[in-house]
Design a protein around this ligand. Structure first.
Ligand code: FAD
Ligand code: SF4
Length: 478
């Protein structure tokens, strides 16, 4: 097909559940491409020689190659091309902000609309899972008797590093504090955006590479860094994420009915409150819900509250729509479902109903001033503009800080001002020999693909480090 004809083919739109149907269930909202749609979308790719899209992918997927294979009907081979560098393709195909990554650099995007790289990634990964008979096995490298590496935290960063290190032939043990692996993918992002069986499937693929997954292991509590060295681990990768919720420290935050988004989403997702009465996990299902914040976490919380039966859900955000960090797609989905937005609004106090339960929020109106260090215009309170918002459940989604538990237990590990591990971003090296780190624990709350990119770079650096390490050296004793 000529370039002009490719430019004229419209980008395929993925079918999805209608808003009235989907707010009554927790099933995934977008339904995935049909095979015909996937072929049509793949045929739009120009197969650029220099493939600028690849530079936008932190895990270095060979994007034109996998798309070419979909177009020619070799979908399992397409999935294998993805899996060669990306251990979580079905996850990335669903939650990566492609509009800011590969699709942003797509040449077709300059002529019309970019190729739907994420949707094609999802299609290929799901196709392979649904056709196991056509797939080749996934194997570890050939040095399974190699040195032992400990990876702490089984989120996207830890899973990626563990998979890559196993492929390189190192003996990897992945320690996870929770009873399920996946990190935010399992306890944070809701079922209707990322079904848990998809995460479980990709975790299983990582385990099949020979990674020894040990759940319910809280590093810094049930296992110390000294124990790891004593057990013969020769390198450690810390990927414990940013799971410490931030609060605003305003009066009333301890009232019943005020949750951090972290706790709210964990109860609903990991502890399966959404499958009541099959799972009897207590969660407050408010009727009038306010969600504080403007990011993806706020959108997830608002849409979850609707599905748990809220009559009204308002997102309360101190800036305007233009400054919201949430993905546009998520904001549109939330609006379609009936979530309302209170922009330029700052909660200053939670109101007590007299019996220790939330009855509302006192807020201030804001206006925008000059840009702050983030480049976004600074919100400034308008004195005397106080007003009350009625609500019986408030979910605070204003950000997360690095998880302090393990990193603060390691003597001499250099931490930044916010408790993040200080690393060399190219290698994940920390201030201590043999200890590497990456993902949200180093950057603060970021994205799945950035965490995976950090895991990949660290795996490469650990591989090089172990190859240079003298046989008699004990990294813990430097
Ligand atoms: P995590 O995913 O946080 O994983 C860390 C793991 O370490 C966890 O499993 C944790 O239990 C474990 N751990 C912590 N301490 C210990 C310990 N002491 N011992 C053992 N294990 C430990 N990003 C996107 O790209 N797209 C999205 O749509 C998106 N939506 C999001 C929605 C929500 C609700 C949230 C909270 C985040 C979202 N993000 C999204 C951000 C993204 O999920 C994170 O940036 C990413 O998961 C970070 O990966 P990580 O591996 O560094 O950490
Ligand atoms: Fe295909 Fe776009 Fe990548 Fe070019 S930049 S190879 S059109 S996905």
């Amino acid at each position: 097909m000529s370039q002009a004809r490719k430019t004229a083919v419209p980008r395929q739109k993925m079918p999805e559940q209608s808003p009235p149907a989907r707010i009554g269930n927790f099933h995934e909202v977008p339904c995935g491409f049909t095979p015909e749609q996937a072929r049509a979308e793949a045929s739009r790719c120009l197969q650029c020689q220099n493939a600028p899209c690849r530079k936008g992918c932190p895990v270095e997927v060979d994007i034109p190659a996998f798309i070419r294979r979909i177009e020619s009907g070799e979908t399992v081979a397409a999935a294998e091309t993805l899996q060669a560098t990306n251990s979580l393709p079905a996850v990335c195909g669903r939650v990566c902000p492609q509009e800011d990554q590969c699709e942003k650099l797509c040449v077709l995007g300059k002529l019309s609309t970019p190729v739907a790289v994420g949707s094609l990634e999802r299609f290929a990964a799901d196709w392979k899972a649904a056709h196991p008979g056509q797939a080749g096995g996934r194997t570890a490298g050939d040095k399974t008797a190699g040195e032992k590496v400990a990876v702490i935290g089984a989120g996207p960063a830890g899973l990626t590093a563990a998979a890559d290190l196993a492929r390189m032939g190192w003996r990897v043990t992945l320690f996870e504090a929770l009873h399920e692996a996946g990190g935010v993918l399992i306890y944070g992002i809701p079922e209707f955006r990322l079904p848990k069986e998809i995460v479980a499937r990709e975790v299983e693929n990582v385990a099949k590479l020979g990674v020894d997954l040990r759940l319910d292991q809280v590093a810094g509590r049930t296992i110390a860094v000294e124990d790891l060295w004593a057990e013969g681990f020769r390198a450690i990768f810390i990927a414990t994420g940013a799971g410490l919720p931030s609060f605003m420290s305003i009066p009333g935050e301890n009232l019943n009915g005020v949750y951090s988004a972290n706790e709210y989403l964990t109860r609903v997702n990991l502890m399966k409150a959404f499958r009541f009465p099959e799972f009897d996990t207590p969660v407050i299902a408010g009727k009038k819900v306010c969600v504080v914040g403007g990011g993806n976490v706020a959108m997830d919380s608002a849409r979850t509250a609707l599905r748990l039966g809220a009559k009204t859900v308002a997102v309360v955000y101190r800036r305007t729509r233009d400054e919201m960090p949430a993905r546009k797609e998520e904001v549109v989905h939330a609006e379609e479902e009936g979530v309302s937005f209170r922009f330029l609004t700052l909660p200053v106090r939670y109101l007590d109903n007299g019996r220790g339960w939330l009855a509302g929020m006192e807020c201030l109106k804001m206006k925008l001033g000059e840009p702050d260090e983030s480049g976004r215009r600074r919100p400034l309170p308008i004195p005397g503009s106080e007003f009350a918002l009625d609500c019986d459940l408030a979910v605070v989604a204003i950000g997360n800080e690095p998880n302090p538990l393990f990193v603060r237990s390691i003597p001499g590990l250099k931490l930044g001002r916010k408790g993040n591990v200080e690393i060399d971003p190219e290698t994940g090296r920390t201030s201590l020999p043999g200890i590497f780190a990456g993902g949200d624990i180093a950057t603060g709350a970021a994205t799945v693909i950035e965490a995976m990119g950090a895991g990949k770079r660290a795996a490469r650096a650990i591989d090089a480090y172990l190859k240079r390490l003298p046989a008699e050296a004990n990294p813990g004793k430097f």
